[in-house]
Design a protein around this ligand. Structure first.
Ligand SMILES: Nc1ncnc2c1ncn2[C@@H]1O[C@H](COP(=O)(O)OP(=O)(O)OP(=O)(O)O)[C@@H](O)[C@H]1O
Ligand SMILES: [Mg+2]
Length: 251
């Protein structure tokens, strides 16, 4: 069964014209897909619609065969917000990560075990009692990821997961996500991260899906990338023996 199916979905904000229209795509269970596109293309808006935060303007989204209804949150989906401050709201890190499992009504020993596991996976063990507003930017981002992991969702929506991470924590995040059995939809401008994690990439721009295919074919297509304000990632850029020979899309 598909973990996610979009049928002619239109995404937008109340009182405004649609940001994205007529989107149709599916994701299989366990599939890792990159979502790329320029600033304002609608990646975050799409995530908010799939996560039932924002109502669809037309069409539908289904998660494991169940229609998404705005305001009805499905524990099969976890969203890692682009802005950590939009996600973290409890007094301490522990309480924040424990919020979802407690809300699901899990027994307290299971809550404790899941939180410990999620914090360890995100390198946050020892910071349990830290007020969330005293975490560093990168720690906040990892706290958001822990808050999604702890739900053990079938589909994780990760909105710019590597933003604000240092190299070691970016690498740790890539290793963590690469080992996940769950389906991942990863919106990112970090195209090297997308290449490492996602065999498939969806490119959105101008209100629609412009490409949906193998990551190396989509991200390596110089003309396609340039047409949508993107640049072929460094690792897919041809090099010769004497040094770099990049074809730059922009001056
Ligand atoms: N609450 C809102 N009300 C009206 N318009 C909004 C709202 N939030 C976002 N938009 C608009 O919707 C469009 C898509 O924004 P969105 O945040 O989804 O883009 P994005 O692809 O995530 O961009 P970025 O790469 O900068 O994160 C933009 O034109 C933005 O200005
Ligand atoms: Mg965004």
């Amino acid at each position: 069964m598909n973990v996610l199916a979009l049928h002619k979905l239109s995404v937008g904000h109340p009182g405004h014209p649609p940001v994205l229209s007529g989107l149709s795509m599916q994701m299989r269970a366990g599939e890792h897909v990159g979502l790329v596109g320029p600033n304002g293309a609608g990646k975050t808006s799409l995530f908010h619609t799939i996560a039932a935060v924002l109502p669809a303007q037309a069409g539908s989204a289904e998660v494991r065969g169940r229609a998404v209804r705005a305001g009805h949150f499905d524990t099969d989906i976890a969203l890692v917000f682009q802005q950590a401050e939009d996600q973290l709201f409890c007094p301490t890190l522990f309480e924040d990560v424990a919020f979802g499992p407690r809300n699901m009504g899990l027994p307290e020993p299971e809550v404790q075990a899941r939180v410990a596991q999620a914090l360890a996976a995100c390198g946050l063990t020892g910071l349990e009692d830290r007020p969330v507003h005293h975490l560093s930017g990168g720690e906040k981002r990892r706290a958001c990821i822990a808050g999604a992991l702890v739900m053990q969702p079938a589909l994780m929506l990760l909105d710019e997961p590597s933003a604000a991470l240092d190299l070691r924590n970016r690498r740790r995040l890539i290793a963590l996500l690469a080992g996940m059995d769950q389906a991942l939809l990863i919106a990112s401008h970090d195209l090297e991260l997308v290449l490492e994690l996602c065999p498939r990439v969806v490119l959105i721009d101008e209100g629609r899906i412009c490409a949906d295919g193998p990551a190396r074919a989509v991200l390596g297509d110089t003309a396609l990338m340039a047409a949508h304000g993107q640049e072929v990632p460094h690792s897919l850029t041809p090099h010769d023996g004497t040094g770099h020979r990049h074809v730059r899309s922009f001056p």
